[in-house]
Design a protein around this ligand. Structure first.
Ligand code: SAH
Length: 241
């Protein structure tokens, strides 16, 4: 069965956008996944097609109405996770992306203004997901990010040349550095071990580099990786064949 993405947005013209090109676009043409966008404004009931209103309690900005958002979500309760993209959500991680890619697809709700009325989040049991600790003007770029991360993992989308097994986060570490030709560029040489042809030595160097980079740049990931490998909860995955 085809992996289905449905996006609820006030700006349907933003989709598929960048996902219509390159890897994701080719995968869509090959029917490995599908994308439909639904205009939330189509569910407004008044003459002016209003979707938002002022916040109870006062304050700046507008809030998307629960009745309109709920109507826009109707018909999508088909077992796919329903996700509201919001900076208040759980940060998106590669394990969550992997789980979503392994499922039937997603229904994504993109907010605008100050966001959506809390009651429709509760009534629909929406999963709240953030793509990072910063504020976008709308959920649409966040939806594109989530979909890009999922689609590349769908079976048949990436070739062997683009394997996902070794990349950052696959083993709980950031990835080791990459080098290609020329072997010397602006007087900078490639690390010698990579030219040695010794596969075991290359693998050991890559693992050491992955650990160094993770330790230096992401103490949070390093602590997690360390505690998990110390308790044997996860065996460190090989970084190279
Ligand atoms: N007032 C809100 C921000 C609203 S931003 C707050 O302070 O939490 C408007 C919309 O953009 C949100 O409803 C959400 O759908 C989207 N958005 C903004 N930043 C996001 C992020 N980091 N991750 C996911 N969605 C985000």
């Amino acid at each position: 069965m085809i992996w289905r993405a449905s996006v609820l947005t006030l700006f349907p013209a933003m989709f598929p956008g960048p996902l219509g090109t390159s890897l994701a676009g080719r995968a869509m043409e090959r029917d490995l996944w599908s994308l439909e966008s639904r205009d939330i404004r189509g569910f407004a009931t008044d003459r002016h097609r209003t979707v938002d209103d002022t916040p109870f309690g006062g304050g700046a900005g507008m809030v998307m109405r629960p009745d309109i958002v709920d109507a826009a979500l109707s018909g999508f309760d088909d077992g796919r996770p329903m996700i509201y993209l919001t900076p208040r959500g759980r940060p998106l991680t590669q394990p969550r992306v992997r789980a979503l890619a392994a499922g039937p697809g997603v229904v994504l709700l993109c907010g605008r203004y100050e966001g959506v009325d809390e009651r429709v989040i509760a009534a629909r049991g929406l999963e709240e997901v953030s793509i990072g600790d910063y504020i976008l003007s709308g959920g649409e770029p966040a939806a594109l990010v989530l979909l890009d991360a999922c689609v590349r993992l769908l079976p048949g989308v990436m070739g062997a040349a683009e394997s996902a097994d070794e990349e950052s986060f696959a083993a709980g570490l950031l990835e080791y550095p990459h080098y290609t030709r020329p072997a010397i560029w602006q007087e900078r040489a490639v690390p010698e071990v990579l030219l040695s042809g010794h596969h075991a030595a290359v693998a050991a160097w890559r693992r050491a580099e992955a650990e160094r980079v993770t330790r230096e740049r992401r103490p949070d990931l390093w602590a997690k990786y360390h505690s998990q490998s110390a308790t044997g909860a996860v065996a460190p995955a090989p970084l190279a064949p």
